[in-house]
Design a protein around this ligand. Structure first.
Ligand code: SF4
Length: 342
């Protein structure tokens, strides 16, 4: 008999670091375009799989000497190679038992949510988008931090998620009780884009719980996470630094030369003209992620490790030295000092 426990053991044996199970009725109230019950109307359960981002993959960016590893092995490889293989194995187990397995990996929706035409008036437009962080919460795997990054008790902000929708009725895990994010605002202070708001938030109700995260400036984040800020971007040309600085300074895209003249605007410019991230898009269809998630992953991880609340513990603290910078920073913005408590 197929049980939740059997699924979890098998998924871990296949290579998942984390597994959680939620019931599909926890999506009640989700917006039409984000309600996976329209993808699988007979679905009973959602299985969440988590894959750690190795802390060592952030080391090269922390030291300023190796930027290629994180986007390749900590981003594209997990999303497009490793997680899909584990999804497939777990899906095989489900379908061998006569239950459908809809495998939903991180980069499935390439054209965006609802890019297509609705096939009938009572259905959302394809593709329906699964909000991964809310789905992770529904599977009882963790919580959404103030940064909007998903946090788990095992790895804090260091994992990527993938999901299976199934009509198998599986015992759901309880919702995570919370408490990892203590609103320390390290993510706000260390985000070099200034994309994470300290005061403005978004609130949603999921499975009877109110979730809240910052009102992220997705334009700033969407550019700077790819390139790093000028002072943290050793691969940026002077022109690219000026483009990125305009983004950070909040200059409306339409008022910039690139926004007015480059087809596709600043985002296309970054993908096509910033050599590092062009190469990563060409090679493995993911952004360069040269910022190394300075605020939302690295700073958050250091804070959670210093509180001793994560299960994945290390012999050495992550930040060992004063953070590097190429200069030109305002006072106090060079990154937080090594953590004395860790
Ligand atoms: S750094 Fe992490 S723990 Fe601190 S506010 Fe941001 S998300 Fe919460």
């Amino acid at each position: 008999m197929l049980t939740a426990e059997k699924i979890k053991q098998y998924a871990k044996a296949c290579g998942a670091d984390l597994v959680g199970i939620g019931s599909m009725d926890r999506f009640e109230g989700a917006p039409l375009q984000m309600d996976p019950r329209y993808i699988m109307p007979e679905g009973k359960s959602i299985i969440g799989l988590g894959f750690r981002i190795h802390r060592g993959l952030l080391r090269g960016i922390e030291e300023g000497t190796f930027f290629a590893g994180y986007p390749a092995m900590g981003y594209a490889n997990i999303n497009d190679v490793y997680a899909p293989m584990v999804l497939r194995e777990v899906g095989n187990l489900l379908e061998d038992e006569g239950y459908e397995a809809l495998l939903y990996q991180n980069t499935s929706v390439r054209l965006g949510s609802g890019a297509g035409q609705a096939v009938s008036p009572d259905k959302p437009r394809p593709d329906v988008f699964l909000h991964f962080r809310i789905a992770g919460f529904i599977c009882g795997m963790g919580e959404i931090g103030w940064s909007k990054v998903f946090l788990t008790p095992q790895f804090g902000p260091r994992q990527r998620l993938a999901f299976i929708l199934t009509d198998a009725p599986l015992e759901p895990d309880p919702l995570f009780e919370g408490g990892l994010c203590d609103r320390c605002m390290s993510c706000v202070r260390e985000c070099p884009a200034g994309a994470i708001s300290e005061t403005k938030s978004v609130k949603v109700t999921v499975a009877g719980r109110e979730l809240e995260w910052n009102a992220l400036d997705t334009y700033k984040c969407g550019i700077v996470f790819q390139t790093g800020a000028p002072q943290y971007g050793p691969f940026l040309t002077d022109e690219a630094k000026a483009v990125v600085q305009d983004v950070i300074d909040g200059v409306p895209e339409k008022e910039t030369k690139i926004g007015q003249t480059y087809p596709g605007g600043v985002n296309a410019y970054v993908r096509e003209q910033v050599a590092f991230t062009k190469r990563t898009w060409d090679s493995y269809h993911h952004p360069g992620a040269m910022d190394g998630a300075r605020g939302c992953i690295r700073a958050c991880m250091m804070h959670l490790e210093s509180r001793g609340v994560l299960e994945n513990k290390f012999h050495n603290k992550f930040r060992q030295r004063k953070p590097w910078s190429l200069g030109g920073l305002p006072d106090g913005a060079a990154g937080e000092e090594p953590d004395k408590e860790a």
